[in-house]
Design a protein around this ligand. Structure first.
Ligand SMILES: [Zn+2]
Ligand SMILES: [Zn+2]
Length: 124
């Protein structure tokens, strides 16, 4: 069962199985919050157990972003009514057993890096 935690360890989580392969999102919100592309994997909401005081920031009228109020780790992204939560790959305990499958929101990617790993790129 994949597990992970924030930098300070106050928030820990575990989940049963991912719904899809991990992706890296290059949208402006992820870049601001994560420092550039944010790697995550989608998990069914009811398959995810979170232990700790997650703070949720509503960055848009369609989704909220969960982070640790103590250390600032950006851990979760939850679209309204989707029934699933994206969990940050960087906070996961290794080995994750997963590999990034594609880049998304590449149209919004930053101008200070190239994407040349050969993975599929989607504008949205
Ligand atoms: Zn923390
Ligand atoms: Zn994003």
């Amino acid at each position: 069962m994949p597990t992970g935690h924030c930098l300070c360890g106050n928030i820990r989580y575990a989940f049963d199985a991912p719904l899809r392969e991990p992706v890296i999102c290059h949208c402006k919100q992820c870049r601001r919050q994560a420092g550039n592309g944010w790697a995550s994997v989608s998990v069914a909401e009811d398959a995810l157990t979170i232990d700790g005081p997650v703070r949720w920031y509503r960055a848009s009228d369609a989704a909220r972003r969960g982070f640790c109020g103590d250390c600032g780790s950006f851990l979760f992204w939850a679209g309204d009514g989707e029934g699933e939560i994206a969990v940050s790959m960087g906070s996961m305990d290794e080995p994750t057993g997963m590999m990034i499958s594609q880049h998304i929101f590449v149209a919004d990617k930053g101008d200070c890096y190239h994407l040349n790993d050969g993975l599929p790129q989607r504008d949205q």
